[in-house]
Design a protein around this ligand. Structure first.
Ligand code: PMP
Length: 468
């Protein structure tokens, strides 16, 4: 019998790999793009083609690709103690040191002295699951079994597990999965450019969003609302910085009704917005904070939930009677991940990547506005730090969407990829995000913006046809 020829990587992928968040039919037709190397802001694929990754993976490679120092730290941590869990009071030095470092960093940089303990997981989704469960646990301990609902926002992205996916406010992630679960309520997306009324000031819009939240709490009954969850700047939902005054109004309401505030800093943590944390930037006072992504710059899967004194005190005070806290993951506080996170934090601090993010973010915004700001299909270019979004519209004056939802910005992103720049066409709104590693230089931004502008020029006739 003739020997069967070995499968190409492409075919092996098509025959074996189940890709997350991927159109199965498109994948069968186009196959994978296989990346083989990363260095700084650049990725190389298996055919030797280089692209600038203006997405930093999925908003996560904050210190850039290919840091040999982090690989060395991981290797030596793995040689020393390849695994240690944290169940039943067991611990490892990297987990203890990282908890201490994170707590102090967050307290200082987010002006949040109220934060008390750190719980580890492995992904943003599980950090939000931990928050979801903690909120229930806390209210059960307080004898308030009815106070269980969590309010989230349309457009929010908090993960894809059953609980965190329910908090996510993007219907595409719910469809077919029977989500959201009960006890999750979504309010409007505070997106001023899109939902502000003609002539309405940003402050008036923010007040309207807060009034809607108040009406929702009153409608549902304050004694049933346990928590409110928000990303300081919405990421996947369209790169939406909060309208001025919004979070002040929200926090006042939460305090009035004894509602916990879960702040999802999975994207905004560790310099992405030009501050260490979005909580510091927007003067938020969280009860629970979710962190992941930039915590290790994705060199290892690791997440953290920081819990406030208010929540911790209740758990501590009741622990004699409640027994063990029965929640945790095998890989909670994995020693290799914690060692990598510590070294990653050294890099962010040592190279001053947080101020760099602020400075390069301003440069990126300016370059995008200068080169494509006048394009008839570019409605808005906005962002903070290295978290920037371009919102596409079919009609600028009337801020009207393209009839085929999502087609236009996907077309530009696809063409941009062919021209050697990776951006992310988001799923909720016709917005493309730019979130490069915080190490990106002006020259790299120039190169990426030039390629992107070229791509937009290439597809202009198709955009005109789509808009007609
Ligand atoms: N929260 C936010 C704000 C996110 O952006 C993400 C991921 N993009 C998550 C949670 C979920 O993280 P993961 O994919 O690691 O589960």
């Amino acid at each position: 019998m003739p020997a069967t020829p070995p499968l190409s990587l492409d075919d092996m992928d098509r025959q074996s790999l189940f890709h997350p968040v991927t159109s199965i039919s498109d994948h069968i037709t186009s196959g994978p793009v296989v990346y083989t190397r990363g260095d700084g802001v650049r990725l190389t694929d298996q055919h030797g083609r280089e692209v600038i990754d203006m997405g930093a993976g999925l908003w996560c490679v904050n210190v850039g690709y290919g840091r040999a120092g982090l690989a060395d730290v991981a290797a030596s941590a793995m040689r020393e103690l390849s695994f240690q869990h944290l169940f039943g009071s067991a611990a490892s030095e990297p987990a203890i040191r990282l908890a201490d470092r994170l707590l102090n960093l967050f307290r200082r940089e987010a002006c949040a002295p109220q934060m008390a303990r750190v719980f580890f997981g492995t992904s943003g989704s599980d950090a939000n699951d931990t928050a979801f469960k903690l909120v229930r646990y806390y209210n059960n301990l307080l004898g308030r079994p009815r106070k269980k609902k969590i309010i989230s926002r349309l457009g929010a992205y908090h993960g894809v597990s059953c609980a965190s996916g329910s908090l996510t406010g993007i219907s595409a992630y719910h469809k077919g999965f029977d989500l959201p679960l009960p006890d999750v309520v979504h309010v409007s997306c505070p997106h001023y450019y899109r939902h502000g009324l003609p002539g309405e000031s940003e402050a008036a819009f923010a007040a309207r969003m807060v009034a809607e939240l108040r009406a929702t709490i009153e409608r549902e009954g304050p004694d049933t609302i346990a928590a409110f969850i928000a990303e300081p700047v919405m990421g996947t939902g369209g790169v939406v910085p909060p309208p001025a005054g919004y979070f002040q109004g929200v926090q006042k309401l939460l305090a009035e009704h004894d509602i916990l505030f879960i702040v999802d800093e999975v994207i905004t943590g560790f310099g992405r917005t030009g501050s260490w944390f979005g909580s510091g930037k927007y003067a938020l006072e969280p009860d629970i904070v979710s962190l992941a992504k930039g915590l290790t710059s994705a060199y290892f899967p690791l997440s953290a939930s920081i819990v406030s004194e208010r929540v911790w005190r209740v758990l501590e005070a009741t622990s004699r009677t409640t027994g063990a806290f029965m929640h945790g993951f095998t890989y909670s506080g994995h020693p290799v991940g914690c060692a990598v996170a510590l070294a990653n934090l050294d890099i962010i601090a040592g190279e001053d990547l947080v101020s760099r993010s602020e400075k390069m973010g301003r440069y990126l915004l300016a370059r995008l506005r200068e080169s494509i700001g006048d394009n008839p299909f570019v409605g808005d270019i906005r962002g903070t730090g290295l978290m920037v979004g371009i919102e596409f519209v079919a009609d600028r004056a009337r801020r009207q969407d393209f009839p085929a939802e999502g087609a236009a910005h996907r077309l530009v992103a696809k063409r941009a990829q062919e021209r050697g720049v990776l951006t992310r066409a988001l799923p909720f709104l016709p917005v493309t995000s730019f979130s490069p590693p915080l190490t990106v230089t002006e020259a790299e931004i120039d190169e990426a913006v030039e390629r992107y502008a070229g791509a937009l020029g290439d597809v202009l006739p198709q955009l005109r046809a789509l808009a007609a």
